[in-house]
Design a protein around this ligand. Structure first.
Ligand SMILES: C[S@@+](CC[C@H](N)C(=O)[O-])C[C@H]1O[C@@H](n2cnc3c(N)ncnc32)[C@H](O)[C@@H]1O
Length: 233
């Protein structure tokens, strides 16, 4: 079914109504995605790859639900958000109510490994695995098992100032880049195949004691991946 195209700025504005986590825990790496980065990812997924509209979507490690709610706003058939943190899930639920999309979303407080089934699209901004080693790899493995198409954010392989300047100065918010050799091997080992990688800018306010600046600005890589089901069929 053809759905009305949502303007990127309107999507960003809607997402910015969803609050960040009020008391983020460092060990869960609970930083909240910016509305700009969330809208960029959802735009690529919805309007370049047709992976959102009328699709079943899981937001894995959803936090306060910015990616999942954004997917529902764009016209996902059903969206499930999953996070271990009940405070984050409560905010996601309340935000979905406020936006009038409660019937199209479900919110589950659980570890990602409690989720089973098969879904069209997985959206995830997992912990980088800096605080808890391998936390990011658990997300990759699980998403490959659950989804046909995965949008997964990882620590950027390019972190130089020049790229940050390019991303800040250009009208566009993402630039095609190469995957990290390690992640490529890991994804392929578990049956996935990388279709595209985009470098993007992420900006978070001072949140944890180990942040030494008011704002922390860094490059992340968005991996667009075919899940193991897609490649078998
Ligand atoms: C970097 S934050 C991203 C939050 C949100 N997706 C966003 O982009 O704003 C990572 C999220 O993963 C959640 N998380 C960490 N380990 C998890 C696990 N084992 N199962 C489910 N959620 C987990 C954290 O609570 C946190 O909300």
């Amino acid at each position: 079914m053809q759905k009305r195209l949502v303007r990127k700025l309107d999507l960003e504005n809607a997402i910015s109504e969803i609050p960040p986590h009020p008391a983020p825990k460092a060990y869960l790496e609970q930083y909240t995605i910016t509305p700009q980065a969330a809208a960029e990812i959802l735009y690529i997924a919805a309007y370049i790859n047709d992976d959102i509209i009328d699709k079943t979507v899981v937001d894995l490690g959803c936090g306060t639900g910015r990616l999942g709610i954004g997917a529902a706003v764009l016209g996902a058939k059903q969206t499930i958000g999953v996070d271990v943190d009940k405070v984050a899930i409560r905010i996601a639920q309340r935000s979905a109510e406020n936006m009038g999309i409660v019937e199209k979303t479900s919110w589950v407080t659980a570890d990602l490994n409690a989720i089973h089934g098969k879904f069209d699209t997985i959206l995830q901004n997992p912990p980088f695995g800096v605080q808890k080693r391998r936390a990011d790899r658990e997300f990759i493995k699980k998403s490959l098992e659950l989804g046909d198409r995965i949008y997964s954010i990882h620590k950027g392989s390019e972190r130089n100032r020049r790229l940050i300047r390019r991303l800040r100065s250009r009208g566009t918010r993402s630039i095609s880049t190469q995957p990290s050799p390690f992640l490529k091997r890991f994804i392929e080992k578990y049956g996935g195949r990388i279709r595209e990688v985009y470098a993007m800018l992420m900006e978070i306010p001072h949140m944890f004691d180990f942040h030494d600046k008011k704002k922390h600005r860094f490059i992340v890589d968005l991996y667009v991946i075919d899940g193991s089901h897609t490649l078998k069929s």
